[in-house]
Structures are given as structure tokens and as C-alpha cells.
Write a protein that binds this ligand. Structure first.
Ligand code: FAD
Length: 458
């Protein structure tokens, strides 16, 4: 018991000391902190101890404990915590969230089956052969069974979201409420049915960890909107860029605006209360050096983006951000290579504009791919730059590059030295980024010089 208290105390001291660093955090450090957080309950449970049991029963409890702590950490990995998503990037955060959810699911589903052959406990009508469970407390098991059924449902609904025909906002609400329910069911199951979780110190520990997870939801859905309400924005203009792309400009109302880096993105809510779920992520295409107004380049895709043209100047808007780490600020490479596909130009335009406005001495080249000529946005502005336009369906009169952005094309644009020494920043369709990244690695560009942002991560 005393050892456990000491460990908890050391943990608090450690977090307090590490936090300032965390703000400048690097991926390896994040991984270490993640591993520490998910394994801490396991270590504490081992220290709490108990009468000896067979190894498979310990394994069963261990997997259950790990699954629960990983599920609680999923709340923190939701992408809305800048300390994490600005440290490693939003797509890496969301990919990690998905992989850990699936791993926790496997652990959670396997764990009850490992208890088989339990030697103790009274009669259990739901499990007469005593193959599955240790506890005789029906309510503790029912909460576990509830979570056991809900968890795969939640994961499957997330995996199949794009195939299922319901609104993104509906899915998001269901995902949040479902996750909250699972966390509460697991807390009950662990405290009343778990061999270790029923020890008072562990019950308090799990309560605290669940409190942090639930608190993170409150932060996203209550505190952040309250802060947004105190810092409102208003739509300054909406204009057509190309047949299916728009430029939306917002300006701060009564405050100094957003402190951001070129290439970052925000969650944008136009025309709804800040407590609404109707917010979408968009990269900022303006540069911090332009001033407090923010501009967005938005492509029509679904229910919100198809109505951009109907938004009137003066409409209230709320922003949450900035997020993401697609930034070349403070980098020491001699040149910046920007590779955009379609609306993926948006964050790269922000970077390009910032470099121009601040007389950045680094060289910059842009490859901008589109399907047809009408989709090329900001042509007048881009013609001033070292830009290579690429069209996959060019008109007969087209004299520029054709096809997709591939190995042959990047070889025509960049020298061997540039491949090795420049930083490459990409944004566009997933297939384009996968191909280009592969080709860059083959040409000797180190991984830390390839930055990318995905517009579709879940
Ligand atoms: C980091 C990031 C930056 C982006 N930047 C831009 C940009 O600069 N310009 C641009 O045109 N598009 C951008 N997108 C894509 C943009 O967010 C979606 O096209 C937009 O949200 C679609 O909303 P909708 O209501 O019109 O369509 P829907 O039919 O509701 O959604 C279509 C798809 O868009 C995604 N989506 C919708 N709402 C959200 C949401 N709240 N959060 C996350 N994903 C959502 C989902 O994958 C959904 O399946 C970005 C996406 C991300 C993740």
C-alpha cells in the first residue's frame, strides 16, 4: 500500500516536471509517456498483489487491465489535444488512435476466455461450467458483458463509417457517447468484478483515470466552446475560386485573432452555436504575416462544403485551433519543396505566402497537380512563383506537365542534391502522397524531411 502511494506520488511529481517539456514534445517522448500511462495500472496491480493464481488467470486480468487503460487513453488521443497532435501531427495521432482501439478490442475480447478452469467461486447460472468468469457478482459481470458487446460495435461502426449512410456529426456524437458508456461500464466492472480493481487503492486509481478521460470530453465539448464564445469570428467574404472550390475569409470580432503557424488547420464552425457538433477541419491558406484575417480554400464535398456559396458575409463563426504540425518554421534545410494535389494546395499556399511575406531566404518550388485546367486555383498569384502545374486530363492546347505526380515528374523538377537536402511538404489525395513519399525515400530523402497532412483520417 505504501509503495503504491509512493509510486502515485512519484508519478504526479514526474508529470508536473515533464509537462513544460511536453509542450515541445517529440514523438519518442510521447510514445514513452503513452506506454508509461497504459502500463501504470498493470504495475500498480502487480504491487497490490494477492493470493497466487494460475498464469493464464493473471494473463486474463493483465489483458483486461491493459484494455481498460488503453480505452481510457483513447479519449486523450482524440486529436483535440494540441500537446499531442501538434507534436506528432494529426494523421499520426488518429492512426495511432485507430490502431490502439483495435488492439484494446482484441485484449478485451480475449481476456474473459483466459479465466477458464477457475477453481473458486460460487455457482454462476450464466456460466455453469465455470469456463469464463471468476466473479460471482452478477452486476459486475453484466457491466463487463455490456462493455464486451458495445466495444466491438463502436469499433466496427468507426471502421465502416464511410460505407454507412449517416451524417458525420451523427457518427461523432454516437462515437463519443458510446465511448463514455463503455468507460463507465468498465469502471464498474473493474471495481466490482476485478481481482485487483476491487482493492481500494486501485478503485481510486481507476476512478481518477476515468475522471481524466471523461474530463477530456468535458473540455472538448464544454470548455473549448465556452472559450470560442468569448472569441467570436465573422465571415468577411466568400468567393468562387474554381467551379467546385471556394475561398472563405473570416475576421476576428473584438479580439486579436489566432496565433498560428503557416500550414496549420482549425476546426471551423460557421453559423451555429459554439456548442454545436457542426464543425469541420480546414487548413488555413493565409499566412500569419498577412494579419488577423484567416482564409480557407474549401472544396465542395458533402453537406456543409456544398453550401459554402450560400454563406453571407457577417455570419458568425467559431474556430478551435490551431492544430497540426505541417510547418517549415525554424527548419534549417536550404529549400522547401511543396507538392499539392487539388485542394491540398491550401496549407501549402499558407506556407508559400508566409515565406514570401517574411522574405524567407530559402528556395521554394511548388508542384501543383489537378485533374482539369479549370481546377487550378490562385493561378495569377502562383504564376509569380517557381511552379510546375500538372494535369491528368489536359486540354489539347496544354504545354505543361501531364499525368499524375510520380517518380518521373519529381525527377524532372528536383536535383539529386535537392532530394537529399530539402524539406518536402505534401498535401493531397492519399494515393498521391503514398506514391510521392515512396519515391522520395527511394531518392534518399530522409523521413524527417518529408512532412504531410491528410484531409481524410478516419
Ligand atoms: C486536417 C484536415 C484539414 C483539412 N483541410 C481542408 C481544406 O483546407 N480544404 C478542404 O476543402 N477540405 C479540407 N479538409 C477536408 C474537410 O474537412 C472535409 O471535406 C469536410 O469536413 C467535409 O464536410 P462536409 O460536411 O461537406 O461533408 P460530409 O459529407 O459531412 O463529410 C465528408 C467527409 O469529410 C470528413 N469530415 C466531415 N466532417 C468532419 C469533421 N467534423 N471532422 C473530420 N472530418 C470530417 C469525413 O471524412 C467525412 O466522411 C481537411 C480535413 C482535415 C482532416
Amino acid at each position: 500500500m505504501t509503495i503504491v502511494k509512493h509510486i502515485l506520488y512519484a508519478q504526479v511529481v514526474c508529470v508536473a516536471n515533464v509537462l513544460p517539456w511536453v509542450l515541445e514534445m517529440k514523438p519518442l517522448l510521447l510514445i514513452i509517456i503513452y506506454l508509461g500511462a497504459v502500463t501504470l495500472p498493470l504495475v500498480l496491480s502487480a504491487l497490490v498483489g494477492g493470493p497466487p493464481r494460475e498464469w493464464h488467470q493473471e494473463l486474463a486480468s493483465g489483458l483486461g487491465i491493459l484494455a481498460f487503460s488503453m480505452i481510457l487513453m483513447e479519449f486523450i488521443l482524440s486529436g483535440r489535444f494540441k500537446v499531442i497532435s501538434n507534436g506528432v501531427g494529426m494523421d499520426v495521432t488518429m492512426r495511432f488512435h485507430q490502431i490502439m482501439a483495435r488492439t484494446a478490442l482484441v485484449f478485451a475480447l480475449v481476456h474473459p476466455f483466459l479465466y477458464q478452469g477457475t477453481p473458486s467461486g460460487g455457482p454462476r447460472p450464466w456460466d455453469p461450467t465455470r469456463q469464463l468468469t471468476l466473479s460471482t457478482d452478477v452486476s459486475a459481470l453484466l457491466s463487463g458483458i455490456g462493455a464486451f458487446l458495445l466495444l466491438p460495435t463502436l469499433v466496427l461502426l468507426a471502421i465502416g463509417r464511410t460505407q454507412l449512410d449517416y451524417k458525420y456529426e451523427t457518427w461523432r456524437l454516437m462515437h463519443g457517447v458510446g465511448a463514455l458508456l463503455i468507460a463507465l461500464l468498465l469502471l464498474h466492472h473493474t471495481a466490482y468484478g476485478g481481482r485487483y480493481g476491487s482493492e481500494p487503492v486501485m478503485t481510486w486509481f481507476w476512478l481518477a483515470m476515468t475522471g481524466v478521460a471523461v474530463g477530456s470530453l468535458l473540455m472538448v465539448y464544454l470548455l473549448v466552446p465556452l472559450r470560442q464564445r468569448a472569441h467570436p469570428w465573422r465571415v468577411a467574404s466568400v468567393s468562387h475560386l474554381t467551379p467546385r472550390q471556394w475561398e472563405l475569409i473570416v475576421e476576428p470580432e473584438g479580439h486579436r485573432g489566432l496565433d498560428y503557424k503557416a500550414g496549420q488547420f482549425v476546426w471551423l464552425n460557421v453559423g451555429h452555436t459554439p456548442f454545436s457538433m457542426k464543425e469541420n477541419p480546414f487548413s488555413i491558406s493565409s499566412a500569419p504575416a498577412t494579419g488577423p484575417k484567416l482564409s480557407f480554400m474549401i472544396k465542395e464535398l458533402g453537406d456543409f462544403t456544398r453550401t459554402i456559396g450560400q454563406i453571407k458575409a457577417g455570419t458568425a463563426a467559431y474556430l478551435d485551433g490551431p492544430y497540426g504540425n505541417l510547418s517549415v518554421d525554424g527548419r534549417t534545410e536550404p529549400g522547401v519543396a511543396l507538392i499539392a494535389g487539388g485542394v491540398g494546395l491550401s496549407p501549402l499556399l499558407g506556407i508559400l505566402r508566409q515565406m514570401r511575406l517574411t522574405d524567407d531566404p530559402r528556395k521554394v518550388k511548388l508542384i501543383y497537380g489537378n485533374r482539369v485546367i479549370d481546377q487550378i486555383a490562385y493561378r495569377d498569384e502562383l504564376d509569380e512563383e517557381d511552379v510546375v502545374y500538372v494535369l491528368s486530363e489536359p486540354p489539347e492546347t496544354w504545354r505543361g506537365e501531364t499525368g499524375f505526380i510520380d517518380g518521373g515528374l519529381i525527377d524532372r523538377v528536383f536535383s539529386e542534391e535537392e532530394f537529399r537536402e530539402w524539406v518536402f511538404v505534401m498535401c493531397g489525395p492519399a494515393i498521391m502522397m503514398d506514391v510521392v513519399e515512396d519515391q522520395l525515400v527511394k531518392r534518399g530523402t530522409p523521413g524527417h524531411r518529408i512532412l504531410s497532412e491528410r484531409f481524410q483520417y478516419d
